[in-house]
Design a protein around this ligand. Sequence first.
Ligand code: ADP
Ligand code: ADP
Length: 231
Amino acid sequence: ITVTDLTKVYRSRGRETAALDGVDLRVREGEVFGVVGRSGAGKSTLIRCINLLERPDSGTVTVAGQDLTALSGRELRAARTRIGMIFQHFNLLSARTVQDNVELPLEILGLSGQERARKALDLLDLVGLADRAKAYPAQLSGGQKQRVGIARALAGDPQVLLSDEATSALDPETTRSVLELLRELNRELGLTVLLITHEMDVVKAVCDSAALMRSGRITESGTLDELLATP
Ligand code: ADP
Ligand code: ADP
C-alpha cells in the first residue's frame, strides 16, 4: 500500500477540518502495519480513503501496484474485492446466520450456492468457528463476532486487510486472541495488514512497523524497534 500526499478537507457549517493534511505512507507486502493516534487524528478518514469509501481531495492510493484513485465505477468495485475490511462494531447482519454473513461477499462475486457454502465453511474453519456456522451474530461473543468479520473480510481473497479499531470493543484477553489470529493469517496467507488504533499496546502486540498520526499528519514512522527506541 502506497499513499502519496493524501489530503481531505471536510466542510460543514462554514468550518473546515483538514482530516488528512499531506499523508505519505508505505506498507510493504506481507507486513503488519499500524497507524496510531488519538481520536480525531484522521485515522478513519485515512482508512476510508485507502479503500475509497471516501474520495480524497488530492493524492494517490496504490494497492498492489494499482492506483485506486485513477479507477472509476466498475474497476473500482473489482479492486475493492481485493481489499478486506474489519470494523470496531463488526458490521454483521443480525438477521443472517454466521455462514450467510460470510457468504455475502461471495454472492456479490457471483459464486454458486455450493461454492459459496464450501468457501464460507473453509473460512469459518480458518478462524476457528466452523461449529457456529448456523448461529446468529447475537448468539456470539464479541471475539467470535470479530472472527466472523475476519472470515467475511477474507472471502474475496484480498491481498490486503484493513482494520478499523477492530479490537476496541473487546476486552484485553479477547483483544489478544484476535490480534494473534491476525498475526497467524499474516504469516500463513502472506496477508498484508494495515490497522488503525488509538492504543499503542495493540501496535506493540502485533505490528512490524507503525506510523504515529496527529492532526491529519504522520508525525513519525518506522519499524517498531525504531519507534520504541525514540526517546
Ligand atoms: P480518527 O479516526 O483518528 O478519530 P477521523 O478521521 O474520524 O479521526 O476524523 C478526523 C477529523 O475529521 C476530525 O476532526 C473529525 O471531526 C473530522 N471529520 C471526520 N469525518 C467528518 C465528516 N464526515 N464531516 C466533517 N468532519 C469530519
Ligand atoms: P469512531 O470513533 O467510532 O471511528 P467517529 O466518531 O470518528 O467514529 O465517526 C463516526 C462517523 O461520523 C464517521 O462516518 C465520520 O465520518 C463521521 N464524523 C466524525 N466526525 C464528524 C464531524 N465533525 N462532523 C460530521 N461527521 C463526522
